[in-house]
Design a protein around this ligand. Structure first.
Ligand code: CA
Length: 224
């Protein structure tokens, strides 16, 4: 099955060459020229990736992103924007975007980002896969796999939240220690190893598709 993308962009100059290029790569591409169109399209069709411009004529792209995340949508969101300051990037990711590509960008760069996102979310497609996926709700301090809640201690949750926020990237031991054990850390990371061990056991039972990988001499990485 080809991957289906939704391109949300109001600048027609950008849209047509981009759609052509993406279709040439084998993607099925739908278009939306406004935020409302995008949200409507996402209720009618499943998308693997939504490529989302921020400057839209009606609903701001960030708001579109938040609404997508609040809905049933479980694909990836790639923001493309001329607002390229670090702050905008952070706000975009906080709104639930998976990646942020500043404009102007080259086609090769966009295609590489898409492939990376699709690798990460490739198990979204089948229901069994998405049921086993881990969802970390930082605000509610809860972790779910499908409908089931995973019971974690405070430290286990803290470690998992940091790893999940940096999914597929290595998080150093010192970063984990300082973010989760900010106080009372006297240089020993043994407590971190114990916590990781327990976390692994719980994840193994609840979410067998998720793994906490040890990166020797550096830290840990959460991957599917
Ligand atoms: Ca725009």
């Amino acid at each position: 099955m080809p991957h289906r993308l939704l391109l949300v962009e109001d600048e027609t100059d950008i849209v047509s060459p981009l759609v052509q290029a993406l279709e040439h790569e084998g993607y099925v591409v739908d278009q939306a020229a406004s935020g409302r169109e995008a949200l409507l399209a996402s209720t009618k069709q499943q998308y693997d990736v939504v490529i989302l411009d921020l400057g839209l004529p009606d609903v701001d792209g960030l708001e579109v992103c938040r609404q997508l995340r609040a809905s049933e949508f479980d694909g990836a969101v790639l923001i493309i924007s001329a607002r390229s300051r670090e702050l905008d990037r952070v706000v975009g990711l906080d709104a639930g975007a998976d990646d942020y590509l500043p404009k102007p960008f080259g086609l090769a760069e966009l295609l590489a980002r898409l492939r990376a996102l699709l690798r990460r979310t490739s198990h979204h497609g089948d229901q069994a896969g998405s049921d086993r996926r881990l969802r970390v709700d930082v605000d509610a301090h809860r972790v779910h796999v499908g409908e089931r809640e995973v019971q974690l201690t405070g430290k286990e949750f803290g470690v998992l939240a940091v790893l999940a926020a940096n999914r597929d990237k290595v998080v150093s031991r010192s970063q984990l220690m300082s973010e989760v054990w900010s106080e009372g850390w006297y240089g020993s990371t043994k407590t971190l190893d114990v916590t990781i061990g327990r976390l692994r056991q719980k994840l193994e039972q609840a979410a067998p598709v998720e793994r906490v990988v040890t990166v020797r001499g550096v830290g840990f990485r959460l991957e599917s």
